[in-house]
Design a protein around this ligand. Structure first.
Ligand SMILES: [Zn+2]
Length: 473
């Protein structure tokens, strides 16, 4: 009897191991197929061509943003997904108006033009422009050092550069972005009349980089104009101020804030064959800044997310769970699309198993940043070897993406595609963010990498989501 039991146990164990090997082989083959399809016959690059070159920069509330909504909806419909729809969302509308103009006057009648760009959401200067002395600081914390008396009536020039020694350039960005986001609000409290912010890039050139800013709860009559200044001109201005601290800076902004307008998130899905009620989101933001074509930020993520669903179809993989692409509106200056999506998902009591965002540029994928419980994270790590042939090595715990962050609930696993970040801030929010700056292969590799992770999550689910058992096969 004992021997009989032993034999049974042995056979079971062999069968189990074999099943595991077969499953691993199947995963490896399917992932290979997804990469092959993306590289041999991908569609992400031609979609991006249209979005960047035929539509261009698409700030929320603009005609181009609406064109991007229509175009991506039409393209998703062409894929013949199970369902494609638009989700209404109210978004802010801000326009830049005529190009900004700025100069410094180093001696009477001797002026040097400066390249600046209004920050998104900034008020305009008065129609004649603004002229004042400049105080250079290395951060908001320096304002207290100067105090109200010295700052009153001056332009505050935030000139803390991004740290070059940080390998992850997003960390360097994170170390400076408060100057851009809150610099005007804080300087206005000290009586400043305007704000200049060193562009958030490592590159020393004459390209200003815009981005969002906030006045917090400042009343309208206290709001002061704010602009980014190119790194080259920030260095020039800094050196000139050392020679003559009384030197004056002139700038004129023509931007304008309007009441909110209606726009849309664009959504499409393949309904799951076994667990249709479990949703896997793959997404990016459809809006971009108005300066360039928004090719890296975030056109790349948009077309990669669309491509994930197309790759599933072409590979003949019928997902068990519902795979949903969401193209979020208004990440750049409001996050209204991301908030609206999470709000509606909550109202409908939808179960989101996993959400993956691509919003770090269309560069060579390195891996993922994962926001999950320890058990969920460990499960993802078990799949690491399957990514080895594609040089995808980085599976780190950390933030995911702005648009999917409102889905965070302690159960849904969130992740962000993490491409190489070294060149991202050369283009970020600037007029250099064009189609030409995106490499076709790198873009396609990113799409395939996303599809591979979605494939594994769809196939295996997650063992435990919070305290509830969720189907794990
Ligand atoms: Zn972005």
């Amino acid at each position: 009897m004992k021997i009989y039991c032993l034999v049974i146990a042995l056979v079971c164990s062999i069968l189990q191991t074999q099943a595991q090997i077969t499953s691993e082989q199947e995963d490896s083959q399917n992932i290979r197929k997804l990469y092959d399809l993306a590289l041999l016959n991908g569609q992400s690059y031609s979609w991006l061509d249209h979005i960047a070159n035929n539509i261009g920069g698409r700030l929320s509330g603009s005609l181009q943003a609406e064109q991007a909504v229509e175009y991506t909806r039409t393209e998703l419909e062409k894929l013949e997904l199970d369902k494609v729809w638009l989700q209404p969302v109210m978004v802010p509308k801000w326009t830049r108006g005529f190009p900004e103009y700025a100069y410094v006057e180093s001696a009477e009648g001797i002026t040097t033009p400066m390249t600046i760009s209004a920050l998104g959401g900034s008020v305009s200067t008065n129609p004649l422009g603004l002229r004042a002395e400049v105080i250079e600081v290395k951060g908001i914390e320096d304002l207290a050092h100067y105090g109200k008396e010295l700052i009153d009536g001056k332009i505050i020039f935030y000139n803390r550069p991004m740290r070059p020694d940080l390998i992850n350039t997003f960390s360097a960005y994170g170390g400076c972005v408060d100057q851009r986001y809150s610099g005007a609000e804080e300087a206005a409290r000290y009586g400043a009349v305007g704000v200049l912010v060193r562009s958030l890039t490592h590159k020393i050139d004459d390209v200003p980089h815009t981005g969002s800013m906030s006045y917090g709860d400042l009343p309208e009559n206290k709001r002061i104009p704010a602009a980014a200044i190119s790194t080259l001109d920030a260095d020039y201005l800094s050196s000139m101020l050392k020679l003559d601290p009384k030197m004056e800076f002139y700038f004129k902004l023509n931007c304008r804030n309007y009441p909110d307008v209606e726009s849309h998130n664009v959504i499409g899905e393949i309904i799951g064959s076994a667990f249709p009620q479990e949703v896997i989101v793959v997404g990016a933001h459809l809006d971009s800044w108005d300066l360039g074509d928004g090719a890296h930020d975030d056109g790349a993520g948009v077309v990669q997310s669309m491509e994930v669903l197309r790759l599933f179809q072409r590979a003949g993989i019928s997902p068990k769970r519902t795979i949903r692409v969401v193209l979020f509106m208004n990440e750049e200056n409001g996050l209204r699309g991301g908030n609206k999506y999470a709000e509606v998902a909550d109202q409908k009591h939808e179960t989101h198993l996993f959400a993956l965002e691509s919003d770090a540029g269309g560069f060579t994928p390195r891996g993922f940043s994962i926001d999950a419980t320890e058990e969920q994270y460990q499960q993802i790590l078990e799949w690491k070897d399957l990514f080895e042939p594609y040089l995808i090595h980085s599976f780190e715990e950390g933030g995911s993406g702005a648009d999917i962050s409102p889905l965070k609930n302690g159960k849904t696993v969130l992740a962000g595609l993490r491409p190489d970040s070294q060149r991202y801030f050369d283009y970020h929010h600037a007029d250099t963010d064009t189609f030409e700056a995106v490499n076709k292969r790198e873009l396609e590799l990113g799409a395939a990498t996303m599809a591979a992770l979605v494939y594994l999550v769809d196939k295996y689910g997650f063992e435990v989501v919070g305290n509830e058992e969720v189907s794990a096969n």
